[in-house]
Design a protein around this ligand. Sequence first.
Ligand code: SIN
Length: 565
Amino acid sequence: MIPRYLINFDLDDLPCFSCDLVVVGSGVAGLSTALRAARRYRVALVTKTTLTATATKFAQGGIASALGADDSPELHFQDTVRAGKGLCEEEAVWILVNEGPRRITELIEEVGAHFDMADGHLDLTMEGGHSRRRVAHAQGDATGSELEACLIRRLMYNKRLKVFEDYFAVDLVTAGGRCLGVLTLERDTGTLNYLQAPAVVLATGGMGQLYAVTTNPEICTGDGLAMALRAGAEVADVEFLQFHPTALHIPENPRWLISEALRGEGAVLVDHRGRRIMRGVHPMEDLAPRDVVVNEMVRVMKELDRDHLFLDATAIPAERLRARFPSIYRHCLEAGLDITQTPIPVSPAAHYMSGGVITDLWGRTRVRGLYACGEVACTGVHGANRLASNSLLEGLVFSWRIVQDLERNLGEAAGSVGARTGISYRKKRGHYPVDVNLLRRSLQQKMQDCVGFRRSREGLVEAGEFLKKNRRVLEVAYMAPPGCEVQNMAILAEMMVKAALLREESRGCHFRVDFPGEAEFWRRHIVFRLAENGLSWELRPVGKMTDTGYDWSEELSGESPAEEG
Ligand code: SIN
């Protein structure tokens, strides 16, 4: 059984902080939501460690949008849906490509972001799956870090914003299908708090840490996704965990990303004999969409019985390589590799969750008052395989839309929604001696071995058995983040395994060795919900993924609904 809440509580006993909006997560989606919303509302920005410890910080390549003279939103649309392999929600993609350029211009003009320029224009680069040079970048290969820094600089001066660092969000409090706030654990003291607000935005990022080999930082354990599921939101497309083709192949965790932009500037994938592996595989060769590149890499590595290949960037002039990719150059040099002279050992690593919490075109989930934005969300723009550098863009575009929706629906009523009391949750908990660190490591390894890029029924069943055997971890109440993280990981792993078993075909990031072809029947999303006896799922055709169908605004007033759970 997946419990509705990970811990027992009585709201009346908890320290309570009230505001108009709680934003959970401080990557680009969370920061840009908070920045816009705090112009008008009192915002609490909650982050599980520090403000800057996010996956955004590690984003190297950049932000894609149709800003080049030879480009158009139509072309960006076509590339996005081609990469998404028939599972993109086209209305959402149109929003992404049409509104993207305006959001980037605002980032430059209003937030003060500095992108790299060439001859007075944005220096746009190429990445996999793109038919045009449309990826804007900053400090060469440190785009995420530049964005994060300038958003934080702007936020810091806003008196309506309160930052809660080292507050781990455990669960969303709901009653009557409406989100009322967030339960948080203070990391240092273990104190449980209640952050109460009429609207909550989940911007908690991804879940790459479900795998032993990932580019995602330690914090990416999928907490927001699991929390939203427990609170009644719908979740889709979780079988489409994207693997990045080129993570630096040295034993470190997380793996250092070797940006796809290197291939955009001329680097090529080669095997141990220097043979170019993408020649003849796809018309775009090394710049084919990510799923195609990973598939070929995995095939070649198996054939050669090797655990890595090489990215050869030595044809790029050394001076240009150092100037254009300073972080990658430095990091590799520290690891003993001069990339101007030597091919870089690389292998695929878990990188990005293309699915997530289902939202409509305004970021709204099925739970009233609960929004999701960024990697945790499934707006439908990524389909079965995200197009490179569309993720920062998605965070910018949909955070803007969320704040628009808040302004329409929350209006001036924000402050008038009082704190609810009388809500509590009591569940009998077990006292099993679970070593959560050990379980975390073995779950990561099992996911790596059985739910990686290439999957089979046999492996997926093995992963399912492992999760079943360790299910009692969900019966324990942990009053500390590591335990809650492992519980979230176990719930998400179960959902991913189930989805991967159900989808008897290969599409995008999901490759079943026992079902190697794409099947027309499977132009459907697998949608999960938490039912009384555990996870329930249904298949929803493309175009009908979002099924919120409620009027958000009328929920702002009303009696405190009965206790839930
Ligand atoms: C990269 O720079 O290769 C990563 C960009 C992305 O994941 O979109």
